[in-house]
Design a protein around this ligand. Structure first.
Ligand code: GUN
Length: 297
């Protein structure tokens, strides 16, 4: 696959067009899903579970279900009220684990207060863990033998590959150390042979760490948390943040305009890692279907 079209931000940086690359990934997923259906007589199946009605989660979940269907993946929707007892959520996960039509299970986070998230996520069959959040899949990634890989970090790697951004030997700085993005991102970058620093609330001099980095991944969830003038000239900037401003605009964690005057590459928000995350989820669902069918991918 050649590099996607070239677009530049006003500041000069080349735009990493997640929307365009995600469309290409989804087209490949659709081909593989169709081949799976022809071979096994059923479409790959993805169950998406939402508990409660967190507004942002509802948007993501709707998107995930719609994109599944468009890619030829069977979608199993389970919407439970916020008051659902933990035991019932657990029972649903166990039922989905046992359902042969279901290849992938995604439990949308955050779960309502009072629910033990680890207990629910640990109950997902690792073979169906399309989020890549189960300790088995995290452990495999840590041991450089990835199986099902967390969607957003995997999306960063795919985007970098599509644009020919060299990660081997690069000084990479991940800002944020969450289980969903920061930590698996560090493992993915390590797998890609970057030299990785992970920053978090205990980091003493964040600015110095970011200024050194040739690759910056921001996953903090705070509007304009990283000033643009911290970005090293020529760096590649992957902004995972999606924050709504007081004026209702969506922005990332990096101050975009000024960062784009220094970076060589930058992801927009929206239209960067958001669409890539969904595309990699669909890719994981088809991978899970093939793996469960005993086909080595
Ligand atoms: N909430 C925010 N991002 C994600 C994700 O990638 N997977 C799940 N399950 N929940 C999320």
């Amino acid at each position: 696959m050649g590099a996607p079209g070239e677009q530049r931000a006003a500041g000069g940086a080349r735009i990493l067009d997640g929307k365009a690359v995600a469309a290409r990934v989804r087209a490949q997923v659709a081909e593989r899903a169709a081949a799976f259906a022809a071979r096994f007589g059923r479409r790959p199946g993805l169950a998406v579970v939402q508990v409660g009605e967190d507004a942002a989660s509802s948007v993501y979940v709707r998107n995930k279900r719609k994109s599944s269907l468009e890619a030829g993946i069977e979608s199993f929707a389970h919407d439970l009220p916020a008051s659902t007892p933990e035991g019932e959520i657990l029972a649903l996960v166990q039922k989905l684990n046992a359902d042969p039509r279901v290849d992938g299970i995604l439990v949308q986070l955050p779960l309502p207060k009072g629910v033990d998230t680890n207990r629910i996520m640990d109950a997902v069959d690792p073979a169906k863990d399309v989020d890549g959040f189960h300790p088995v899949n995290t452990g495999l990634l840590a041991q450089k033998r990835p199986r099902l890989r967390p969607c957003t970090p995997f999306g960063v790697i795919r985007l970098a590959q599509e644009y020919g951004i060299e990660l081997t030997g690069a000084r990479a700085c991940v800002v944020g150390a969450s289980n969903i993005v920061g930590r698996p991102m560090a493992l993915e970058l390590l797998l890609a042979r970057a030299t990785v620093t992970v920053c978090h609330t205990g980091t003493r001099d964040l600015r110095a760490e970011v200024e050194r980095a040739e690759v910056v991944v921001a996953a903090v969830g705070k509007e304009d948390f990283i000033p643009g003038d911290w970005i090293r000239p020529g760096a590649a900037v992957f902004d995972v943040g999606i924050n709504r401003t007081a004026a209702g605009k969506l922005v990332g964690d990096v101050e975009f305009e000024r960062a784009a005057e220094r970076a060589a590459w930058i992801t927009p928000v929206p239209g960067g890692l958001g669409p890539m995350t969904i595309a990699m989820l669909l890719s994981n669902a088809v991978d899970a279907a093939y793996l469960r069918a005993g086909v080595h991918i």
